[in-house]
Design a protein around this ligand. Structure first.
Ligand code: ZN
Ligand code: ZN
Length: 368
């Protein structure tokens, strides 16, 4: 298959022109990787009307020669941004976009100083990230492999969920298995939460030991070939009480409702509302109480790709229309303070029809 970089640069330049920009500067690693294939930790990519230039240092001479497509590599001694500024001064690019959310004040001052007063700087609205939100077939194939790796890790650690294991031990086992299966590493700090701690959506693993009759939430992400997966499963150690089974069923229904609505042309907010309204139909306990939507305290999902949180965001009221090729998580949850939480998270590709689910771990309620 032909490398996708030339085509991505063509599309980026069209967006730049539409925004009145001649060139753009990116320092954000996933954006650089996406546009020219370079995966080193230090680089600045300047996309010009004709051609692109990657500035990096001598530690990356060989790596850049091997990885970079469709960009000229400049090996710089001294600050990268001073070299970028000097280049702009020389070619006289009048209007340059930059990533306002990615450059520090100091970096911006440095490049501006070197470029001189004839260059106009425009904080952009992340044109690269808008491109990245729509995945091509090659990216989706890689994400499918990452998602199946994450799903295998979940299945491999199930036998370890026994009384006495500590949260951080289980987190370590998860990350170790990711590496053994070929992942570069975790996409984020693995979440393992037992019992009442599972009511914290972003619990950090502690020394807490698992006891019988407790909920277990595992939220894991692996990076394979630069692409992330993001998977959450909730299981129960023992026979779950009816109330907890009811919550699980409600979260499962909320996720299914979001999945049914998810397709090209609907807004991100409609997908979020589908999950929320399914939870609204369930009560805290069989005898009544508040609707379970009151215990769903975060958004329904987020884009996923080279980074674990990308556009689009599936949150309440979001007007952004989804496009075929968006890859998003669907992760409704219910969190009851002092008791515990349940979250089910899968990764889905948006298509004109039914969403394609990438994660393969079994979704039914497991009582171990
Ligand atoms: Zn997650
Ligand atoms: Zn997530």
């Amino acid at each position: 298959m032909r490398p996708p970089y030339a085509q991505r640069l063509v599309r980026l330049r069209a967006l730049l022109r539409a925004n009145g920009l001649d060139s753009c500067l990116t320092l954000h690693r996933p954006n650089i990787l996406y546009l020219c294939g370079f995966s080193g930790s230090s680089g600045a990519l300047l996309v010009e009307p004709r051609g692109a230039r990657l500035f990096t240092d001598s530690r990356y001479t060989l790596q850049a020669a091997d990885e970079v497509h469709n960009a000229t590599v400049g090996i710089v001694q001294g600050p990268l941004l001073a070299a970028v500024g000097e280049r702009l001064k020389r070619v006289g690019a009048p209007t340059v976009g930059y990533e306002a959310s990615r450059l520090t004040v100091q970096q911006l001052q440095q490049v501006r100083r070197a470029a001189g007063h004839r260059v106009h700087w425009q904080p952009d609205r992340n044109p690269v990230e808008a491109l990245r939100a729509v995945k091509d077939g090659g990216e989706i194939a890689l994400m499918k492999r990452a998602a199946s790796l994450g799903s295998r890790v979940f299945e491999q650690v199930l036998p370890l969920i026994k009384p006495g294991i500590r949260e951080f031990e289980l987190a370590a086992e998860i990350e170790y298995r990711m590496r053994l299966l070929g992942a570069i590493g975790p996409a984020f700090e693995t979440i393992v939460a037992f019992g009442e701690r599972s009511a914290l959506p972003h619990a950090r693993p502690t020394g807490r030991r698992l006891r019988k009759n407790e909920l277990v939430v595992l939220d894991l992400g692996a990076i394979l070939s630069h692409y992330c997966c993001d998977l959450t499963r909730t299981v129960y150690l023992g026979r779950a009480p009816a109330r907890i089974r009811g919550w699980y069923q409600a979260v499962l229904e909320a996720q299914a409702a979001a999945r049914l609505v998810l397709r090209a042309g609907v807004t991100a907010g409609q997908v979020d509302e589908a999950a929320r309204s399914a939870l609204r139909d369930h009560r805290l306990s069989p005898s009544g109480g508040k609707g379970l939507d009151k215990f769903f305290t975060h958004s329904t999902g987020h884009g996923l790709g080279l980074e674990v949180h990308e556009d689009p965001r599936l949150a309440a009221g979001q007007k952004q229309e989804l496009q075929a090729g968006n890859v998003v998580t669907l992760e409704p949850g219910v969190y009851v303070p002092g008791v515990g939480g349940i979250r089910i998270e899968d990764d889905a590709v948006v298509t004109p029809g039914e969403a394609q689910i990438l994660t393969t771990a079994q979704r039914g309620f497991l009582e171990l």
